[in-house]
Each structure stands twice: as structure tokens, then as C-alpha cells.
Write a protein that binds this ligand. Structure first.
Ligand code: NDP
Length: 267
């Protein structure tokens, strides 16, 4: 019988996950379907329950349900616990297993696709929301020289830094000093077409400016280009987090390069 998977979100029609997982399934010969399900904002748990009752095997979770999915899970992976959010659910043996593949997705894009070695490097993470929290532990595991979290609301950055302990520094944008090798924009500013008030001194020759947003150019990437540094958007992260979820469900690692290339060509 064909296995059913889905992505739950609100909104969800824009999601590229059905395209990505259909490509992975074709490529690896997995017998599965993957659909987008619009859950009511106050009806996430009921939507998931209906999907499980209809034979659903697993699901991705996107905005605004990642934290609710964390509470819904009956068992959490270590990386979901660290992230405090779940983007991948597996339904098996009466359990709801929660995982978070966003951090692994960013890491795969930075290190494998973009060829950046993060060990001993200076990393600046902009933002202190769900996406930022999910990538801190995987970034720290690369043993960077420094990891600075800068956020509009400084207390939120300090709260995150406190969760992860030594090696993480928190500040506001106006307190940023010195240059960084990799700057990851995990704020939602790009969604609103805005640029956080960043000093250009954060860039140095050889820096990489990475925006988690994808699908269109952003003020952050344009700002980075005017300072002559390399840039990348979050499309690779999107496909890599999906590949990690696919591996969690199916035990098979798809080849992400052709999927990234075809999505980029369609943008
Ligand atoms: P959240 O709403 O949880 O967090 C938003 C963050 O952005 C907060 O730190 C907030 O600061 C900051 N922010 C919002 N507006 C501005 C602004 N105008 N200027 C400066 N800072 C601002 O969002 P998420 O963490 O879930 O998502 C962040 C981004 O990451 C989104 O663009 C999302 O699309 C992207 N993303 C991409 C993924 C991928 O696979 N490529 C995966 C997950 C997310 P404050 O605390 O002060 O409010």
C-alpha cells in the first residue's frame, strides 16, 4: 500500500515540500504520496489526528505549528528538544515521534553545497526566533571560534544564549563589533522586505552572507553584495531539511543537487 505523508501549515499552499518529496520519491523508487494540508490555526492537533487515523505515516510541520508539534509529540529526538520545535513527525506503533531537521539542513547547505568549513570560524546569527534556535546546536557542534546571536529584542537573544551556555554571545544589532566569516540571517525581516540595521563592518573579504529566506532577492543579500561578499539564499537549506526528513521516514538519502537545481530554475 502506498504510504502517505503531508506537510501541515497555515498558510501552506505556497509550500514547495510536496514538489521536493515527490522528486525524492521518484529518484529513490519509494512508494509514497505527499500532500499539503491546511490546518485551521486552532485545529492542528485534530488535523494531525485525522491524518493518522486515515493511515498517515509522517508529516512535516511549518509555520505556525512547529512549537505545537513539539508539545503534541509523545517522544522527541535530542535535536528537537534542543530546538524546542518540531518540523518532522513520524507516526508509528501508536507513538508520535518529533524531530527537527532544520539545523541539519542549514549545516548540509553551508558545509556540503557551499563548501564552508565552520570549525574555528566566526559565525553571526541574526534573529532569535524558532529558526535561529533550531540551528544553534548544530552550528556549535562544528566548533566555531565564536557564535554571536544578534536580535532586535536583545533579551530574546540573551534568553537563547542562556539556553546553550558558554561559547554563545548575545547582543543587539547596534552592539555588533568586528567581522564574521559566516553571517546567517534567521530574522523574518526579509519576509517584510526589510533590512535589520547592521553595520557593514560585519563583512570581511571571504565572508558568506546567508539568508534563510528563499524565492526572491532580499535586502540583506543586496546589502551584502554591495560590500562585495558571497551570498546564498535558503533554498538549499529547504531541500536539505526535507532530505533529512525523508531519511528519517524512509531510511534512504536522496540526491539533493538535482532537486535544488530544478527548483532554482523554476524560481
Ligand atoms: P520567528 O517569527 O520565530 O522569528 C522572527 C525573528 O525575526 C525574531 O528574531 C524577530 O525579532 C526578527 N524580526 C522580525 N522582523 C524583523 C525586522 N523587521 N527587523 C529585524 N528583526 C526582525 O520566525 P522564524 O524563526 O520561524 O523564521 C525566520 C525566517 O527563517 C523566515 O524568513 C523563514 O521563512 C526562514 N526559514 C527558512 C527555512 C528554510 O528551510 N530555508 C526554515 C525555517 C525558517 P524580535 O525577537 O525582536 O521580534
Amino acid at each position: 500500500m502506498t504510504d502517505r505523508y503531508a506537510v501541515f501549515g497555515h498558510p501552506v499552499a505556497h509550500s514547495k515540500s510536496p514538489l521536493i518529496h515527490a522528486a525524492f520519491a521518484r529518484q529513490t523508487g519509494q512508494d509514497m504520496t505527499y500532500e499539503a494540508i491546511l490546518a485551521p490555526k486552532d485545529g492542528f492537533a485534530a488535523s494531525v489526528a485525522a491524518f493518522v487515523a486515515a493511515g498517515g505515516r509522517g508529516a512535516n510541520v511549518t509555520v505556525p505549528f512547529k512549537e505545537e508539534a513539539c508539545r503534541l509529540a509523545t517522544r522527541l529526538s535530542a535535536r528537537a528538544e534542543c530546538a524546542g520545535a518540531v518540523n518532522t513527525l513520524t507516526f508509528a506503533s501508536g507513538e508520535i515521534r518529533g524531530d527537527n531537521t532544520d539545523g541539519a539542513g542549514l549545516l548540509a547547505d553551508l558545509t556540503q553545497n557551499l563548501g564552508r568549513d565552520l570549525a574555528g570560524r566566526r559565525i553571526l546569527l541574526l534573529g532569535a526566533g524558532g529558526a535561529a534556535r533550531g540551528v544553534i546546536e548544530p552550528l556549535l557542534a562544528q566548533q566555531p571560534a565564536t557564535l554571536v546571536i544578534a536580535n532586535r529584542t536583545v533579551a530574546r537573544a540573551q534568553g537563547l544564549a542562556g539556553l546553550f551556555g558558554h561559547g554563545v554571545v548575545a547582543c543587539g544589532f547596534d552592539a555588533l563589533a568586528g567581522a564574521f566569516d559566516v553571517i546567517v540571517n534567521a530574522t523574518a525581516a526579509s519576509l517584510a522586505g526589510e533590512l535589520p540595521p547592521l553595520p557593514p563592518t560585519i563583512f570581511a573579504a571571504g565572508s558568506l552572507a546567508y539568508d534563510m529566506m528563499y524565492g526572491r532577492d532580499t535586502p540583506f543579500l543586496a546589502f551584502a553584495r554591495t560590500h562585495g561578499v558571497a551570498t546564498a539564499d535558503g533554498l538549499g537549506m529547504l531541500v536539505e531539511q526535507a532530505a533529512e526528513a525523508f531519511f528519517v521516514w524512509r531510511g534512504v538519502r536522496p540526491d539533493t543537487a538535482p532537486v535544488i537545481a530544478s527548483l532554482r530554475a523554476a524560481c
